[in-house]
Ligand binder design. Structure first.
Ligand code: F6P
Length: 357
């Protein structure tokens, strides 16, 4: 038995842990794993791949990035903007399936976010056996309580805030940190709480900048002369729109720039010195945390188990500390967004965090 493995979308800490899990579990079953390079692009004939033996994956568990390469654009991009879907032309699908047939690959594991899983679903609908593994630092996939990569990204935000804190205190400044997350505020929310931010602005709660400025003034009156403000790249003011940095070839927008806008406005309203840092791809790089290494390994093993049980068209899913599975269809149907009325936001508000609402 030969199975295929590919990574799609942005790189993410823990991708190599999944590869380690897949190769380990498959090898124990006597199977071979064909690792396709650069996402679905590696499926184009004659195929761009490498055979993944345990000797080749030894020691990769702790590495960031992916030994297979990945891509969030190209021939197989199926997501356009928030919610738009592009159907992959049948000649491309046939070409990809032909490559796998020629290599003797009987089932394919697709590791990725919403876009990758949407393409994987098309393969399954066209009768090619696939299994999905949820990946994204944004944690925005419904049907799984957590994706690997999110914990590592959040830890990077917390580390950054700890560092910004010292300058904020020494100079009595407001330090604004813009973080990733696309249309979901999970990274900002968890990173902001963990790093002691006084204000967290997320896409799910449109903000009023005067409220944030008021919260900072109140802190001044209480004798706290420095403030950390975390802004998700997808956050926007009430009645305002998303700040779009760019649109890639597939039409998926790249967000960014709201941090500087918030920073300038807060400086104007409070009269305090304010600086903005955009954390950017530092959140996607580096070694995965222990949680992401373990989650990635478990996800990889589960994907192989699903193939062994011939339960195709399913995505590995993490629910209540247990790794199970759901249909891919269920997983790509909706985004997992922060509940503005939920317990996490309420807990943050209870300890004085201002969301600008
Ligand atoms: O989906 C992961 C993510 O890092 C988002 O948080 C961010 O908006 C986007 O990818 C950045 O994409 P790129 O690497 O193409 O700039």
């Amino acid at each position: 038995m030969r199975i295929g493995l590919l990574n799609g979308g942005g790189d993410c800490p823990g991708l190599n842990a999944v590869t380690h899990g897949v190769v380990g579990a498959a090898t124990r079953l006597g199977w071979e794993v064909v690792g396709f390079k650069d996402g679905f692009e590696g499926l184009l004939s004659p195929g761009n791949y490498k055979l993944l033996k345990v000797e080749k994956t030894e020691g990769i568990l702790k590495l960031g990035g992916t030994i297979l390469g990945t891509s969030n654009k190209g021939h197989f991009s199926s997501k356009v903007g928030a919610g738009g879907v592009r159907y992959i032309p049948s000649e491309l699908m046939e070409d990809a399936k032909g490559t796998m047939r020629d290599l003797g690959v009987e089932a394919l594991i697709c590791v990725g976010g919403d876009g990758t899983l949407t393409t994987a679903l098309q393969f399954w609908k066209e009768d090619f056996p696939v299994v999905g593994v949820p990946k994204t630092i944004d944690n925005d996939l419904a049907a799984t309580a957590m994706t690997f990569g999110f914990d590592s990204a959040t830890q990077t935000v917390v580390d950054a805030l700890d560092r910004l804190h010292t300058t904020a205190e020494s100079h009595k400044r407001i330090m604004v940190l813009e973080v990733m997350g696309r249309h979901a505020g999970w990274i900002a929310l968890y990173g902001g709480i963990g790093g002691g931010a006084c204000s967290i602005l997320i896409p799910e709660i449109p903000f009023t900048i005067d409220k944030v400025a008021e919260a900072i003034q109140k802190r001044e009156e209480m004798g706290f002369h420095s403030s950390l403000v975390v802004v998700a790249e997808g956050a926007s003011p009430k009645g305002g729109s998303l700040i779009i940095e760019d649109a890639n070839e597939g039409g998926e927008v790249r967000l960014g720039g709201i941090g500087e806008i918030v920073s300038d406005k807060l400086s104007e309203l409070t009269g305090k010195e304010t600086r903005c840092t955009t954390l950017g791809h530092l959140q996607r790089g580096g070694s995965p945390t222990s949680l992401d290494r373990v989650l990635g390994t478990r996800f990889g093993v589960k994907a192989v188990n699903l193939i062994e049980e011939k339960r195709f068209g399913r995505m590995v899913s993490y629910q209540q500390y247990h790794v199970g599975s759901v249909t891919i269809e269920e997983a790509v149907r909706q985004l997992n967004l922060v509940d503005p009325e939920g317990e996490v936001v309420a807990a943050a508000k209870s300890v004085g965090v201002c969301f600008g609402d």
